[in-house]
Write a new protein. Structure first.
Length: 213
């Protein structure tokens, strides 16, 4: 009995150490990306699967269901119409976020909320609007605005950003981290043609998710 107990303790310690090493060296990995900078394309801010690509405008938002009312708030300071692209991350993905296009951060807002499963949702936008989230509003040198929203999930209960309002960021700069998987939504303005579809796998700083018309 003592021998079994002894081996059980060793096994538990081994699993704890193995998980710690996995978390530090694999889950929190930050691989180098060869960023090909261009003001004509939006690069993927996250590594994951495209959950939705949705067109929006002020009129369509007025007739959406009540629970989608938050979209109006998210898009109001970006443009009058555009595209929303949501990327879902699982535990195998890189969990750092990057700037999709060179721009200055002109505002950010952190909102507390729920921690529901970011993958399983019941709306066409593929977004967990009720979950805790962090909005980052950017403006390019030409005056074009876009927004990046980090959204917490079932397990991901820690959202971090490394940005400061008034600071200029280059395309592909690391600007945040969501721990243990969730989703990132990009709100693009009019004049940007989506370059991905639902189900596509994106690589942060590499995949072109939109092109400037």
């Amino acid at each position: 009995m003592k021998k079994i107990l002894k081996y059980s303790i060793y096994l538990i310690l081994f699993l704890i150490v193995a998980f710690g090493l996995y978390y530090k060296f694999w889950f929190l990995r930050l691989p180098d990306r060869h960023i090909v900078a261009s003001d004509k394309v939006f690069l993927a801010p996250a590594n994951g699967r495209v959950a939705s690509v949705s067109k929006w405008n002020k009129e369509s938002l007025l007739i959406t269901k009540k629970k989608f009312g938050l979209i109006s708030v998210w898009t109001a300071d970006v443009d009058t119409e555009g595209t929303m692209i949501s990327i879902v991350m699982d535990v195998t993905n890189v969990h750092y976020q990057r700037t999709p296009l060179a721009a200055k951060l002109i505002g950010k807002k952190y909102t507390k909320g729920s921690f529901n499963n970011a993958v399983a949702n019941d709306n066409d936008y593929g977004i967990r609007f009720e979950n805790e989230h962090n909005e980052m509003l950017f403006e390019t040198p030409t005056g074009m605005r876009y927004k990046l929203i980090q959204i917490a999930g079932l397990v991901a209960r820690r959202i971090e950003d490394y940005v400061t309002p008034g600071t200029e960021y280059k395309q592909g700069d690391v600007i945040g981290l969501i721990k243990l998987g969730s989703q990132v939504t990009v709100i693009l303005p009019t004049g940007i043609e989506p370059n991905v579809k639902v189900g596509d796998i994106t690589t942060d700083g590499i995949t072109v998710i939109g092109k400037v018309k």
